[in-house]
Write a protein that binds this ligand. Structure first.
Ligand code: ADP
Ligand code: MG
Length: 705
């Protein structure tokens, strides 16, 4: 725990087997071999692996670790770990510790319970984990002690990916390969790799844990299924960037400390728009590390909250009526030499290259909008996207006025106006320096260019950021490959560059929208432009198995068709399970908590009417009588809707057809019915003595931290 002062320099990375530690502890040749594996993906020699494993073990044990785990990210979207102690044999009663290169490189968890979408059933293969040497091993510290976590990929024996990391690594490879082709064409001969870089801003809610534990809905589903609006919500906007309460500040300090120790470069923290809502953001890293780190951040948020008797809610919409949470996935491409490919350059030459990369993203986002939408789909996000607090469910792209104008001028070709002439030819020698756009503060766009990176704002707060980045990397890789094909065969490079940008702007400008994404007008305008408005998860995830998706991902070696179909099924199953748990929790709360309390209250009022009548027969008892009637009326309706919910749930379960249709039933019948149940539950809450309501109110949850 962080008491008193923190020496940031000393603390940062303290629990990471990082470059510095490796350099210090490994023989030079081993260090070099490992570095080559990390930087260039060269397979590691088994004898080298033994030395690395041993050094890792010694380091971990010196730090106080007793166990190691192959830390991986199955398709549940959270991380998995099975702890093994370093204890190997016992010699004359003394412990001998061992950690071999073999154990470092490959693990075989009996992980048969993780979702595989039929992959393992089909091939009767078990899963195994493979060390991802590019992501540093780290020590995770919890009440159970210190554990050496080795980031790994998780695959079936037949090679199919069973996790989130493998396709992400493949997609990073794909985009690197294609981006390098473009860079070579622009004369860059030195860059060896292009990295997708990612900085994910994470939103979350923090509430009192005692209150949290009194709410079955929060415990079981992560969101409130009931809750009448409190007198005050977020309308005063006094929480956003407001000063931190001591309890929260304390939590955040502890959180930063824990994350820094694990080498996670968290930088900013602040209060968000909704009461009890906050945000934490790290400095960007390569997409693979950023994804690992975001998982650790989510895990640590929960753990540290618990320590402070707080509960951290990562759900996309824990409370109706106030903003939900998302993740802003900031994404860019950068060479291993540190050149950001979306940084408008200073010379015409650099700018031509910039415009080619920018155009590639414009086309990729328009062409693969449905996949991007699918990558941001989960049950929680269905309550958030399009609810005037998050971007709409329509994918569009914000570029800012200046950049849009430049592109429009390029599209128009050689005009006569002076203004146009300034921007006209993007040929290597003629393009003037691009002005840096200062208008990047559009908050309503799902996909915004923010100066030298893109901010994908649809991403769900509770989900892994792997999928959105897999789609981005692969879609951009595809467009870059098309562009590279053309440019490599071009007779006149400059005019081909010009022609490509022009063509992309012409064909894909419908995706560019700089206005208010929350407005009604935009929904109409988007429809006119032919942009899809995909409102829910079930509809969104069909994109995974479209022909376009299969072609894209198989071409770039990111997913096989089998893997895509598996993921699609898992997503549908997950959706069904979530709605099912929510419905069952709701029914449980109504029957065991709300109805008994309301019945008691009805009886109380009836008794009181009788007693008062006896004491003073002439008194006007309208107030009591009306309250009694209103309670009974809403109670009856609540009961009726709940019975109907039970019936549709049963019906949904007994449906034996196609899983997609089954998911549709859960969406259209079960989830819809739940809305009705909630109406009467919330109404009753407003009619009852707050001290008698069976679970803590929104007021307490949101304002009592
Ligand atoms: P906002 O104005 O959206 O709140 P922040 O400064 O909080 O912006 O977050 C921006 C995020 O974008 C940070 O995580 C930052 O590290 C990240 N970022 C900055 N540059 C890049 C880049 N080139 N690639 C990826 N992410 C980046
Ligand atoms: Mg942001």
């Amino acid at each position: 725990m962080a008491n008193g002062k923190i020496d940031l320099k000393q603390v940062f990375g303290e629990n990471v087997f990082n470059d510095e530690v490796m350099r210090e502890r490994l023989p030079k040749n081993v260090y070099k071999a490992l570095r080559r594996t990390m930087d260039e993906g060269v397979p590691l020699d088994p004898s080298v692996a033994d030395v690395v494993a041993n050094a890792m073990k010694d380091w971990a044990i010196e730090k106080g670790a007793t166990h190691y785990t192959h830390w991986f990210q199955p398709m549940t979207g959270i991380t998995a770990e099975k702890h093994e102690s370093f204890l190997n044999t016992i010699s004359e009663g003394r412990a001998i510790t061992e950690f071999s290169g073999k154990s470092l490189i490959k693990g075989e968890p009996d992980a048969s319970s993780f979702p595989s979408g039929g992959i393992r059933a089909t091939f009767e293969a078990r899963g195994y984990t493979v060390w991802d040497a590019t992501s540093y091993a780290f020590l995770k510290e919890d009440e159970g002690g210190l554990t050496l976590c080795i980031p790994t990929a998780f695959c079936a024996y037949t090679g199919e990916a069973l996790d989130k990391k493998t396709p992400l690594l493949r997609s990073m490879e794909a985009v690197s390969k294609q981006a390098l082709r473009i860079l070579r064409l622009f004369g860059n001969t030195t860059a060896k790799r292009v990295f997708a870089t990612v900085g994910a801003e994470q939103e979350y809610f923090l509430i009192d844990k005692d209150l949290y534990l009194k709410r079955k809905d929060l415990v079981f589903t992560g969101r409130t299924l009931f809750g009448a609006k409190p007198p005050k919500g977020q309308e005063l906007e006094d929480h956003y960037f407001g000063s931190l309460k001591d309890r929260v500040a304390n939590f955040m300090k502890d959180l930063d400390y824990e994350l820094w120790k694990m080498g996670i470069p968290v930088k900013t923290k602040h209060n968000e728009v909704a009461p009890a809502q906050h945000e934490i953001a790290p400095i960007f890293e390569n997409a693979n590390i950023a994804t690992d780190h975001n998982q650790v951040i989510m895990d640590t948020l929960k753990r540290v909250a618990n320590r402070h008797n707080l509960a951290c809610l990562l759900h996309e919409k824990p409370f109706a009526g106030v903003n939900g949470s998302g993740k802003h996935n900031n994404w860019s491409l950068s060479t291993n030499e540190g050149q950001n490919l979306f940084e408008p350059g200073k010379t015409p030459h650099e700018n031509a290259q910039f415009l080619i990369f920018l155009s590639a993203v414009i086309k990729a986002v328009d062409e693969y909008a449905e996949l991007l939408r699918a990558s941001a789909a989960n049950t929680g996000n269905d309550h958030r996207l399009g609810a005037n607090e998050a971007p709409p469910a329509i994918i569009s792209m914000f570029l800012g006025e200046q950049l849009t104008e430049i592109l429009e001028n390029i599209e128009k070709g050689n005009g006569t106006e002076k203004r146009e002439r300034e921007y006209l030819r993007i040929g290597v020698n003629t393009l003037p320096p691009l002005p840096k756009d200062a208008t990047d503060r559009n908050r309503t766009s799902p996909f915004a260019f923010t100066g030298n990176k893109f901010e994908f704002r649809m991403v769900p707060s509770s989900a892994s950021i792997a999928n959105p980045n897999v789609v981005l990397n692969t879609a951009v890789a595809e467009v870059l490959s098309e562009i590279a094909d053309r440019l490599e065969g071009a007779k006149d490079f400059d005019s081909e560059v010009n022609a490509i940008v022009k063509e992309i702007v012409k064909n894909h400008k419908r995706i560019i929208f700089n206005g208010d994404g929350y407005s009604e007008d935009w929904i109409i305008e988007a429809e006119r432009r032919g942009l899809k408005n995909i409102k829910n998860t079930v509809d969104a995830i069909t994109a995974w198995i479209s022909e376009k998706s299969i072609n894209l991902f198989t071409k770039h070696g990111v997913f096989t068709e089998v893997e895509l179909r598996a993921r699609y099924e898992i997503k549908l199953e997950e959706y069904i399970k979530h709605i099912n748990i929510e419905a069952r929790t709701m029914i449980d709360m109504v029957k065991k908590q709300i109805i008994p309390v309301v019945l008691g209250e009805v009886t109380n009022i009836a008794n009181s009417i009788n007693v008062v009548k006896m004491a003073m027969p002439d008194l006007d008892l309208t107030t009591q009588a009306e309250l009694l009637k209103e309670l009974q009326l809403n109670l009856n309706l609540l009961k009726k809707e709940t019975l109907e919910l039970e019936a549709v749930l049963e019906e949904a379960h007994s449906f034996n057809g196609d899983i997609f249709e089954k998911a549709c039933i859960f969406r259209d019948r079960v989830a819809e019915k739940m809305k009705n149940v909630r109406v009467y539950g919330d109404k009753l809450e407003t009619l009852i003595d707050e001290n008698k309501w069976p679970f803590p109110s929104y007021e307490k949850l949101l304002f009592y931290v």
